[in-house]
Design a binder for this molecule. Structure first.
Ligand SMILES: NC(=O)C1=CN([C@@H]2O[C@H](COP(=O)(O)OP(=O)(O)OC[C@H]3O[C@@H](n4cnc5c(N)ncnc54)[C@H](O)[C@@H]3O)[C@@H](O)[C@H]2O)[C@@H](O)CC1
Ligand SMILES: [K+]
Length: 502
């Protein structure tokens, strides 16, 4: 897992690291420029004409170090300084002094200059960018984007806000980004993910021992961090020992949702899955996945309790809500399932319309006792309702929103979006990233089924949520590959079957 920091913390850490290792901060800038140059050479081995666009801060300094190294390596480097290089201060001024005697060509920003480059190096704005783009920055960024030439961004693409991952318009659209020292928030969530191209992390010799009391805002988790956490399965395992998941959802308008959750749960290893859904869906469900035990919950008798009584099985966890709908049927099924989860003290994951009912029930009865442990899996709109925040406020700070839900509901919150945010009241983990193909219906249902499945197989709700989120994203990327549209949620299930068994 990698720590994720806000820009201010990184500044403190840089200074602490330099002091602890006995070198000047300028050494870090040299290392940053070197790491970026190495990336340039590795990713574009044939590149010769390099245009380095610089701004007014230390990000420019990194670009000037790269310019020197590229020149020394025989490349033809042109500088496009947006601010006069003589006005640079501190370490960036030192970097300029080291370069000045090489008398590199300097040009005004111009579409022609950018179009003639093999690679454009973006050293305009890094972590010090704030507010609206000033002066001619927007115009230059547009010229760079329109040139259609590969772009290497230093630390982050200019115009991306380091601490939120939100972007100004315009912002640099990079092909590769070399992030220095630690990940920033923009490198793990929100639109920043789409701007950075392929991300490389260059630690510059700074390690976690230099945190210097700075708290990471989150930890970035990937599939390789979690795969060993899935419990081993013994050769003598039998289905009753591999967990029994109860899924509840799908009125007649959204029959597929709970089916996707159910099949995913079985394909990812749950021993048994019992699913309650609207009776109109039952025969389709049986055809879809004959391995699950499907029960139609009729409206007339609203017989959830009698169904439970007639099925005196032990359930290890419940997934409640995919496709539940907002009709009276959904309301009653939610009420009864919710009470059942509470009474059984079993882990309960509430998703989809289950979250709608949860919020409505709490509005009517604010002290309503919640099932424990509880997992909620909202998207931004659902999170806004749960928090009574407006949607824009949640979008602007999804990390705080996930933490507020985890704290307020004493639960695990999985907040969906580009970079899924997981909070449990103590820590924040970011898993997955962004892929355009994943903007499709049913993926949340698949994720809910996977989390429920890992819980019934013995993982703690927090671990199951973390591990499932990484597997789900990995499967999505594998299925979609470079296809940006048209992936079906059901296509992920086979891939999840593969990834849980690696
Ligand atoms: N020694 C160090 O401090 C190191 C810094 N590093 C680099 O330094 C960067 C941070 O440097 P700085 O804090 O100097 O900041 P930046 O270089 O990111 O940008 C700050 C400059 O941009 C200007 N600016 C801010 N917002 C603007 C806007 N909206 N429109 C136009 N101009 C704007 C500011 O006036 C300031 O001059 C990092 O991203 C990284 O690239 C690395 O070299 C590692 C070592
Ligand atoms: K940059």
């Amino acid at each position: 897992m990698h720590p994720v920091f806000k820009a201010d913390s990184i500044k403190v850490i840089e200074q602490a690291a330099a002091k602890a290792q006995g070198f000047a901060l300028f050494e870090l800038m040299q290392r940053a420029g070197r790491a970026a140059y190495d990336c340039l050479e590795r990713e574009w081995p044939l590149a010769h004409r390099i245009v380095v666009v610089t701004g007014s801060g230390n990000n420019a300094g990194d670009g000037l170090v790269l310019a020197r190294l590229a020149t020394e390596a025989g490349m033809q480097v042109t500088l496009v300084p947006i601010k006069p290089l003589d006005e640079l201060r501190g370490d960036a001024a030192t970097a300029w002094k080291q370069l000045e005697s090489l008398n590199l060509t300097q040009r005004e920003p111009d579409a022609m200059i950018f179009e003639q480059a093999d690679v454009i190096v973006d050293a305009l704005l890094g972590t010090g960018f704030n507010g609206q783009l000033r002066d001619n920055y927007a115009e230059v960024i547009e010229q760079i984007n329109q040139a259609g030439i590969p772009v290497l961004a230093l630390d982050l693409p200019s115009g991306v806000y380091a601490d939120s991952g939100l972007c100004s318009e315009p912002h640099i659209q990079a092909d590769h980004t070399v992030s220095f020292i630690f990940y920033k928030v923009c490198q793990v969530i929100n639109e920043g993910l789409a701007a950075q191209g392929e991300l490389h992390l260059a630690s510059l010799g700074v390690s976690q021992s230099h945190f210097h009391q700075q708290q990471p805002v989150a930890w970035k988790q990937s599939y390789s961090d979690v795969i060993d956490e899935i419990p081993e399965r013994s050769a003598t395992a039998y289905k009753h020992a591999c967990g029994h998941l109860l899924c509840v959802g799908s009125d007649f308008t959204m029959g597929g949702a709970i089916m996707l959750a159910t099949e995913t749960a079985l394909r990812s290893g749950a021993g048994l899955v019992t699913t309650f859904l609207h009776p109109d869906n039952r025969s389709a469900a049986l055809g879809f996945c004959p391995e699950a035990m499907w029960h139609g919950v009729a409206f007339e008798e609203l017989s959830f309790n009698s169904l439970i009584d007639a099925n005196p099985k032990h359930f290890d966890a419940m997934v409640l809500g995919p496709g539940l709908g907002r009709s009276e049927w959904g309301r009653q099924v939610f009420e009864q399932s919710f009470a059942f989860a509470r009474q059984q003290k079993m882990p309960c994951l509430i998703d989809g319309d289950g979250l709608y009912w949860l919020q409505l029930f709490l509005e009517q009865e604010p002290k309503l006792e919640l099932p424990q442990p509880l997992i909620v899996t909202p998207h931004v709109g659902e999170a806004a309702r749960l928090l009574s925040w407006d949607t824009a406020k949640v979008s602007e700070d999804r990390i705080s929103a996930a933490q507020a839900i985890a704290d307020g509901y004493n639960c695990i919150c999985l907040l969906k979006g580009a970079g899924t945010i997981l909070a449990d009241g103590q820590q924040v983990v970011i898993a997955g990233g962004a892929h355009p193909a994943m903007a499709t219906a049913g993926l949340g249902d698949v994720l809910s089924g996977l989390i429920g499945s890992l819980i019934v197989q013995g993982m703690s709700p927090w671990d199951a949520t973390r591990v499932a989120t990484s597997i789900h994203f990995t499967a999505g990327v594998e299925v979609a590959r470079d296809r940006v549209r048209g992936m079906l949620a059901s296509e992920l299930i086979e891939s999840i079957h593969y990834w849980v068994n690696r």
